[in-house]
Design a protein. Structure first.
Length: 359
């Protein structure tokens, strides 16, 4: 294994990517619902679907500060902030920004100000074109996508976290064009039809058309798409070599939570530091996006990042496989500004070229 790695790293481009991520050191990550409150209700949102909003965030600021101190003492260095809507609790968001590498997911309706949040990686949600997004996130009335475009125009911190729905692949081209024209990069996520709405939202029809469109977007905007063809295929098919995505292989499980005791013993890799904290800042749940839902419906890009990243060994069979792993890893580090984002942007076209179109 060591020899194979040495061989692959003779390539200066790969050596550069690998050295940067290794120099950053190991990630000790957690996910936190920074508030239980949200200003919209998206159709099929896992947060409300799984009752996560029942864990209320304490008003007492000391409780939040104590949480930060506990996590720092535990060695946490990376925090994914979700919720609820993080832009509703800016002072707490800033405290996370000031203490950890981090990433925040927002619905984009309220702008996270620049001052005090200068280097914050912000994943702005969109679920389709204006019509689809309005239907799924805006209660049929509000054009949240339009507001978010306005809020994050030419904002270097923002990237679009585009949750694609399986039957609406034809929208991808125009949505991505608007995001790119807005001066932002794009990372894809895949819709989990938790309400069983079916039709164009039904994951059981597969994401093949969506993948084809993502590959076209990579070809058209190689310096703007923060996901490779390989990684898009892993997330949207749930296949990683001989493994099929599900609870038994997911690596982003709360290791302290009793509910995961048997899973931890099954020999599959998992992130031993990871915890998905509820908005009370003390209790944890099974995983980032689930309490007891069926993992077959989960196409969450964040959790799949971790799945690939922790399965380096599987990817050492050939240089191409190593490239597939390394570029996934690097894109996570770059998107979250653990390595230099602007320098990484310049390497993006070469990363895509090396991975190629994996249909
Ligand atoms: C629960 S939200 C919380 C953060 C913030 N309110 C937002 O809208 O981004 C976190 C992320 O989960 C995504 N999400 C929620 N429900 C989903 C679902 N059923 N399928 C795919 N992604 C979903 C959202 O789009 C968002 O990117």
């Amino acid at each position: 294994m060591v020899n194979q790695l040495k061989e692959y790293l003779r390539d200066p481009f790969l050596r550069r990517l690998y050295t940067e991520i290794r120099n950053a050191g190991p990630l000790k990550s957690i996910a936190v619902d920074i508030t239980h409150v949200c200003n919209i209700r998206c159709a099929g949102c896992y947060f409300f679907g799984e009752g996560m909003d029942q864990h209320h965030s304490p008003e007492d600021e000391a409780a939040f500060d104590a949480f930060i101190m506990r996590e720092k003492a535990r060695g946490t260095n990376f925090v994914t902030i979700v919720g609820g809507e993080p832009s509703l609790v800016l002072p707490r968001l800033k405290k996370i920004h000031d203490n950890f590498w981090m990433n925040v997911a927002t619905n984009g309706l309220r702008k996270i100000p620049y001052e005090g949040f200068e280097k914050m990686p912000i994943g702005v949600a969109v679920w389709g074109n204006h019509e689809t997004d309005k239907r799924l996130r805006g209660g049929g009335k509000r054009d949240i996508f339009a507001q978010a475009l306005h809020n994050y125009r030419d904002d270097p911190r923002a990237f679009w976290y585009y949750t694609a729905t399986p039957g609406n692949a034809h929208e991808i081209e125009t949505v991505v064009a608007q995001c790119v024209d807005n001066g932002n990069c794009v990372l894809f996520n895949f819709y989990c039809d938790l309400l069983g709405l079916g039709g164009d939202l039904d994951y059981r029809r597969g994401f093949a058309e969506v993948r084809r469109e993502i590959n076209r977007m990579i070809e058209r905007y190689p310096n703007k798409i923060l996901m490779t063809s390989y990684f898009s295929k892993v997330v949207s098919t749930g296949r990683l070599y001989d493994e099929h995505w599900g609870y038994e292989v997911c690596t982003s499980i709360s290791s302290d939570n009793e509910v995961n005791r048997e899973r931890i013993k099954n020999g599959k890799p998992y992130n031993p530091h990871f915890r998905a904290y509820n908005a009370d800042f003390s209790s944890t749940r099974r995983c980032c996006t689930g309490v007891d839902r069926d993992c077959a419906s989960c196409f969450d890009t964040w959790e799949h990042f971790s799945w690939v990243m922790l399965n380096m060994k599987k990817h050492l069979g050939s240089q191409q496989e190593f490239i597939n792993w390394l570029t996934t890893m690097y894109l996570f580090y770059m998107t979250n500004r653990i390595v230099d984002f602007d320098a990484g942007r310049k390497l993006l076209p070469e990363m895509h070229r090396r991975v190629g179109d994996i249909s």
